[in-house]
Design a protein around this ligand. Sequence first.
Ligand code: GLA
Length: 380
Amino acid sequence: MSEAFIKQFGTGNGSIKERKFQAPARINIIGEHVDYLGGIVLPAAIDFHINATIRPNGTSGYRLYSEDFMSFWETNEITKSDKAPWANYILGVIDQFMERGFEVPGFDLSLEGNIPQGAGLSSSAAVEVSVGYAINEVFQLGLDRTEIALIGQAAENHFVGTNCGIMDQFIIAWGKEKHCISLDTSSLKFEYHHFDLGNHEFYLIQSNVKHSLKDSAYNDRRADCENALRKIQKIHPGLLNLYSLESSTDLASLGLSDNELKRVKHVITEKARTERVIAGLRDGNFIDVGNALYECHDSLSKYFEVSCRETDFLVETLRKEKIIGARMIGGGFGGCILVIDQIGRMDDTRAKIDQAYKVEFGMRADFYQFKISDGVREII
Ligand code: GLA
């Protein structure tokens, strides 16, 4: 039962019960900014969550409540709302069901959760997938998890206006306890990888930085890559996507702008790092996993230019402290750092990082431990 739901919408008439669905947050171990370029990504679902509680209301209208924003929104029409931006992630999902020819009867829905927003842990994709999964279950529309993920992505692309790739929605739909997945975003084929970290652990450091231009910068990076691909395809007409460009290609001969050249450098070197991380997790070579994470961060910072002073500082400080590996994750421009290190060193690291970060930026860095969890599901 959801107290927020009952407080907002009452207990109903008893004949139709509300149902509750939970979607996790995600980390991405490696394969960053390649999921809209046909690349391979290595995400996992983690035990932060959004709960969506839903009950059909017998009308053609949608009554929506966000406990986190303490905000209510009611509408019969699927149009973008400037007054309740959080509701657009729900309306966008309804819109995508309708686009696919489904009828979506009216419902009451409340959202609550503990995924920190702007932390790069995909709170918005968790909303989309929890709502998409809930609608699909409650109205028995018969879609599978991949289709729910695609609906979430399309809602974000066409309704909210961020041109994100498929990684976040996909892992939130398909996540599995104690496993990450390697997802080939050109075919949507994926494999589960069970890994045993032995006496190592992953944890997160939240920089507490949220840049307001994050979404427009994300769209700009994607546009750089698409422009680069168009130019390269004039010379290599058979090239399907940027990720498939051989890393040995003579980049200077491609007629790219300086920015395009930098973006391409990141994309074509990410494949080898991803392969190293998959092998390192399988074989217990955590030193190489850590090195690949640092190298990925450097590439995202220098070539893809999606880091910021604060996250660069955190990663540099960790490197100086000889922590095994760390990098920014997700879209960038703030948010979280993923760290891999030996178990038992986190408290000491926290004390050092906290102090250094306060001195440099006057801000706190939060440390989050997590477990790798299942994807979206119904809960009681
Ligand atoms: C955001 C997007 C994803 C992906 C990452 C970067 O999280 O939603 O699709 O592009 O950034 O890897």
